[in-house]
Ligand binder design. Structure first.
Ligand SMILES: NC(=O)c1ccc[n+]([C@@H]2O[C@H](COP(=O)([O-])OP(=O)(O)OC[C@H]3O[C@@H](n4cnc5c(N)ncnc54)[C@H](O)[C@@H]3O)[C@@H](O)[C@H]2O)c1
Length: 358
């Protein structure tokens, strides 16, 4: 096991968390940052004692000592070219979701990683949330018998919804429910998705965006080849509360038991004269709390570093992430056409715009 030199592109919200987690990790010998905002770059470089810092991500990739790169930049159109260049440069890659904008790009990245023998994983952080890992364990070890059905309903604040929907035209399925689709497909493997039906619901987001095609919420029903169907709902129009608040409710029904998981983050209430009631530690990635980190992103970052340094497998495979991508593209196609969509997509892809892409 050798401590690695690690690169990180994009030091915004998530990149900042990952940089801090990497800087604390004994398996990281040196951290190298790329960020186009010079003030943010300087701030994170100072906080993490980064070994190098640049505003040019290609300059970062040219550093021969780098073993691996984390890509946390936005807009999401940067993911494919950055990941491609990183893999071509022979670096192991951790890429935030979405892995690409089109399935062809995802396929190209997977082929490249395979051909070069490189680790390539996508940021489905909720797999590192202990509650979610517990659900998978209870299904895998038979505690609740044979799974019969499942539901995940997630909502985030409209401030975050606006941040996401303003920078790139991707739906709640692609940007939010993607986590929960990955989670349930991971739990229910080896069953594979064969059919998707989805509807979108309009309200505050379209009003606020002057009529732009941005739904508040998207419901997705997925049928697996085992016969099981599950429902995933993702909404991004909650009124402002705690910054980047996320609330999730999970139900998994099996033949011998059921799991009801409250991940609504109402367990810690802070009430101050200045801000009123707040729900701290309620974001999806989590946040640092003194000497610990509340949330899954730090553990996820450590897992990737560990996988590279010890040459261990990554938890989230690029092939799994590609399958999630196919499901949310099918969901967008279904919402657009009001018809169920069968998988695999094949030539049904025919460039139908997703909700929010008109
Ligand atoms: N896993 C999770 O829970 C989770 C949560 C939120 C966001 N995300 C994903 O993580 C990614 C980052 O989201 P965020 O909220 O941190 O975004 P952000 O906008 O806060 O940060 C992105 C950063 O990338 C920088 N950047 C843009 N172009 C760049 C370039 N060419 N070179 C270097 N830096 C560049 C920006 O200046 C910014 O600082 C998104 O793609 C999003 O889908 C994942």
């Amino acid at each position: 096991m050798t401590a690695i030199e690690l690169g990180l592109i994009g030091t915004g919200w998530c990149g900042g968390i990952r940089a801090a987690a990497a800087a604390d990790n004994p398996l990281v010998a040196g951290l190298h940052l790329a960020e186009i905002d010079p003030d943010r770059l300087a701030e994170v470089a100072r906080a993490t004692a980064a070994r190098s810092a640049t505003t040019d991500w290609r300059e970062l990739l040219a550093r021969p000592e780098l073993a691996a790169v984390i890509i946390s930049a936005t807009p999401e159109t940067t993911h494919y070219p950055m990941a491609r260049a990183a893999l071509e440069a022979g670096r192991h890659v951790f890429l935030e979701k979405p892995m690409a904008m089109a399935l062809e790009e995802a396929d190209a990245l997977i082929a490249l990683a395979r051909a070069r023998g490189l680790k390539f994983t996508i940021g489905y952080s909720q797999r590192f949330n202990p509650k979610y890992a517990y659900v998978r364990q209870c299904i895998a070890d038979g505690t609740i018998g044979r799974p019969v059905s499942a539901l995940v309903s997630r909502h985030i604040t409209r401030g975050l919804g606006r941040k996401i929907s303003a920078r790139v035209k991707l739906s709640p399925a692609a940007m939010e429910s993607t986590h929960d689709l990955d989670f349930l497909l991971w739990c229910l493997a080896p069953a594979q998705p064969v059919r998707v039906y989805s509807q979108v619901n309009y309200g505050a987001m379209r009003d606020a965006a002057g009529g732009a095609d941005i739904p508040d919420l998207q419901w997705i029903t997925v049928t697996l080849d085992s016969g099981l169907s599950f429902v995933v709902g993702g909404g991004w129009s909650l009124p402002p509360g705690y910054p980047n608040f996320s609330t999730t409710w999970i139900e998994v029904i099996g033949t011998e038991g059921a799991l009801l998981v409250d991940d609504t983050h109402r367990d810690v209430v802070l009430n101050t004269m200045r801000d009123g009631m707040r729900l701290p530690m309620s974001t999806m990635p989590g946040e640092s709390v003194g000497h610990v980190f509340g949330g899954p992103m730090a553990a996820e970052t450590a897992h990737f570093i560990d996988a590279v340094a010890r040459d261990r497998p990554v938890l989230v495979t690029a092939e799994e992430a590609r399958r999630v991508m196919e499901v949310y593209i099918a969901a967008d196609l279904s919402a657009e056409t009001n018809e169920p969509v069968n998988l695999p997509l094949g030539n049904k892809l025919a460039a139908t715009p997703a909700p929010g892409q008109a």
